[in-house]
Design a protein around this ligand. Structure first.
Ligand SMILES: Cc1cc2nc3c(=O)[nH]c(=O)nc-3n(C[C@H](O)[C@H](O)[C@H](O)COP(=O)(O)OP(=O)(O)OC[C@H]3O[C@@H](n4cnc5c(N)ncnc54)[C@H](O)[C@@H]3O)c2cc1C
Length: 385
């Protein structure tokens, strides 16, 4: 399912990652990681040696130059093994590399981007809070300035990776709440700063790690923690609404697409092996129609994903295309998941196959990373409806 116009170097990277996944992340291992709610440090270290986290970091900071089509292909191939390698890759290449390349100060870029390009640092994304989901402009975690110090108090929820990341890329309320969009800032909060505590949350999807509830109790940071430097204090909304968030939608769409592809591959092959009423179930019209419809939908997802990635990679405006991709692929991923589940009957619910995990992961996609409703609201705004 390689896009027809895929550049040669992307096809090579794709093949390299596909080989790695087939050799190093077999289905039995994926099941064990899912049960343990954890990603494999040793396998990921071997993957990291391929140097692919450099794909979101500009050359001047030690990266390979931003090549978002290639980075999306990496995610798609890693996601053939579920979220266990794609997840940590995103924490480095996107939450870290992409965000800082876009919004960091020269000092922050110099400090972090070379490490991120080498895959030696992980970022967590601190947007959601106990009372803040889609409505990010109502963030309440407070950051107050006291001379040269910033003091952070509050809580983040669903801060995935906070327990093993180096830094939380954290959206905070830095001025009066009335001017909702104007008084927000992004901070780089090292996870070992005194005053931070956290605990894991149980969840059914994306079980490469337990997402975290994080508490900040008078956490003290230097002014250099402000993403983009002091001039960006109270200008976090601009950073949130900018290109980095457009790209964030592509990266989660790539996970959804990759997992939907894996789900269809499993159902496709199962339907040809499983016999009922004297023939493979793929010969029954109800089953073949489900599979053909799912494959057609998957092809549409692929076009939307790589079209959006190409625009983003070329630095062209892509807010609508990335929002459409997130909306369409997440919602279509659920349709594909449910169709594939039906094709596999009882075995889609057993742990003899991977379908039950694919379904759990795909059901969450219209929620995480900006819900489908939020994408519709965004698009209505972009199109001035
Ligand atoms: C496994 C997992 C990992 C996550 N990782 C992270 C992470 O690393 N960092 C992070 O910051 N967050 C993370 N999240 C949080 C995720 O991004 C949020 O769940 C998501 O933004 C939606 O927020 P919510 O679930 O609180 O929904 P809510 O905002 O409470 O919405 C609930 C429902 O109402 C709908 N709705 C709300 N407002 C409107 C409206 N105005 N118009 C139409 N419909 C509306 C929503 O679409 C949704 O269907 C994670 C979540 C999960 C499950």
């Amino acid at each position: 399912m390689t896009p027809l116009d895929e550049p040669g170097h992307v096809a090579e990277i794709r093949a390299q990652v596909a080989r790695f996944v087939a050799e190093q992340a077999p289905p039995e291992a994926r099941k064990a990681w899912d049960r343990a709610h954890a990603w494999p440090r040793d396998v990921y270290a071997r993957f990291n040696a391929l140097g692919l986290t450099a794909l979101t970091v500009p050359e001047q900071w030690g990266g390979a130059g931003q090549d978002l089509v290639a980075a999306v292909a990496v995610i798609e191939e890693l996601a053939q093994a579920g979220p266990f390698l794609a997840g940590p890759y995103i924490h480095t290449a996107f939450y870290g590399g992409m965000n800082l390349a876009e919004n960091g100060s020269p000092e922050q870029k110099a400090e972090w981007l070379p490490r991120l390009a080498r895959g030696e640092a992980f970022f967590a994304y601190g947007l959601s809070e106990p009372d803040v989901g889609g409505d990010l402009a109502s963030v309440t975690t407070r950051a107050e300035r006291d001379g040269d110090t910033i003091i952070v108090t509050g809580a983040k929820r669903w801060c995935t990776g906070a327990d093993w990341a180096d830094v939380i890329y954290c959206l905070v309320r830095s001025g009066p709440a009335e001017a909702r969009h104007r008084n927000l800032s992004f901070l780089l909060i090292p996870t070992d700063t005194p005053g931070i505590s956290m605990h894991g949350i149980e969840h059914a999807n994306l079980r490469y790690t337990k997402s975290q509830d994080v508490h900040f109790d008078g956490v003290r940071l230097p002014l250099s923690a402000i993403v983009g430097g002091e001039a960006m204090w109270n200008r976090g909304w601009e950073q949130l609404a900018g290109r980095a968030l457009d790209v964030e939608k592509i990266e989660i769409s790539a996970v959804a697409y990759g997992i939907a592809r894996a789900a269809l591959a499993e159902a496709w092959s199962y339907a040809q092996q499983r016999h009922q009423f004297g023939r493979p179930i793929s010969q029954h019209q109800a089953i073949r129609h489900k599979l053909v419809t799912a494959r057609t939908r998957l092809a549409a997802c692929r076009h939307m994903l790589y079209h959006a990635a190409q625009l983003a990679s070329a630095g062209r405006p892509c807010a609508a295309e990335t929002a459409m991709a997130k909306l369409f692929i997440a919602d279509t991923g659920v349709e594909i998941a449910l169709a594939c589940q039906q094709v596999m009957g009882a075995y889609a619910l057993s742990d003899a196959y991977e379908m039950e995990r694919h379904v759990r992961d795909l059901l969450g996609m219209p929620i995480v990373g900006g819900s489908s409703d939020m994408q519709k609201n965004n698009l209505a705004g972009i199109w001035k409806l």
